[in-house]
Design a protein. Structure first.
Length: 306
């Protein structure tokens, strides 16, 4: 049997990277040693902080795989954000907390739960299989849950996520609030990235009914700091709109301290933002009070109003 490649979505966030590492540990503990943690893109600063803190190597960067390779998918089941040759590889397992968007012609292990983070499901899988979670793995898992739920403050956060964080903090011997804030803050450092990289760090192609869109997000501790780059960001967004024939590009600058997002919206369908949130875009931007979750507070309401 060949190797099994484990990876999450393109423009990987902390959960996608950590899920590929944790799933590899899980598989090894189940006795499957021929597994490789992979990633489909550059690490962000938050993920770098976590990997440095724990002292683990980043997963291997891949772009595509050959026909027949075996894979495990984590933190996504969306073919649009995976490898080009997905139709010809063999998916063994999927563990995810998003919408189900994939079809296969063969059976597979598929675990999806509407929780805040893939690691909350992984935590349950370790328990169900009576597998021990060691300190490093616990720290990784904890970090991913803090990242996806913005320190348990996002509306995507469930009781299961909170419980996992509580238990994992004990194993990790960490005060998750202090550690989590440091980790989230590390993720707000975008000073070394180009405008294009910033726009792509956490960008998702999403069709809002017929409206072809990108919804991208960046975390910050200071919205005005990021807004200093507004004209450069807009120039970059307009370029991406042209290249991809988009109707809408929403760039969310999310304040992790106060839980609000400043949106910059461009494209011929930018007015959907005004309709969806009852705001007026002034110079292409508006503050969206209390909005932090793309999955819960942006995609559904934008789809409804598209
Ligand atoms: Mn993710
Ligand atoms: Mn996730």
């Amino acid at each position: 049997m060949g190797k099994i490649y484990i990876f999450g979505h393109k423009n990987p966030d902390t959960d996608s990277i950590i899920s590929s590492l944790v799933m590899a540990d899980f598989e090894k503990k189940l006795g499957n040693n021929d597994v490789v943690s992979c990633r489909l893109g550059m690490l962000n600063k938050e993920t770098e902080y976590v990997l440095n803190y724990v002292g683990v190597e980043a997963p291997e960067l891949i772009e595509d795989l050959e026909d027949g390779q075996e894979v495990i998918l984590v933190d996504t089941a969306n073919p649009g954000e995976l490898i080009p040759n997905l139709a010809n590889v063999k998916i063994r397992k999927i563990v995810d907390h998003h919408q189900v968007l994939i079809n296969t012609s063969y059976p597979l292990f598929y675990r999806a739960e509407p929780v805040g983070c893939t690691e909350t499901i992984m935590y349950k899988l370790y328990k169900e299989n009576n597998l021990k979670i060691d300190k490093k793995i616990a720290t990784l898992m904890l970090s991913a849950i803090i990242s996806d739920t913005l320190l348990l403050k996002s509306p995507t956060c469930t009781e299961d996520d909170k419980n996992a964080v509580k238990e994992l903090s004990k194993i990790a011997e960490l005060n998750y609030e202090t550690y989590g804030l440091e980790m989230l803050k590390a993720g707000t450092d975008i000073s070394s990235f180009t405008i294009d990289q910033i726009l792509n760090l956490d960008a998702k192609f999403i069709n809002l009914k017929e409206v072809k869109s990108i919804i991208a997000q960046v975390n910050t501790a200071s919205i005005p700091e990021v807004m200093k780059m507004k004209s450069d960001l807009e120039a970059g967004m307009n370029k991406i709109i042209k290249e991809n024939n988009l109707d809408l590009f929403m760039f969310l600058i999310t304040d992790i301290i106060n839980s609000n997002s400043q949106v910059i919206a461009l494209g011929q369908k930018a007015n959907i933002v005004e309709k969806a949130y009852g705001v007026k875009l002034e110079n292409n931007t508006a503050l969206l009070h209390g909005v932090v979750s793309r999955k819960k507070q942006v995609v559904p309401i934008m789809t409804e109003n598209a």
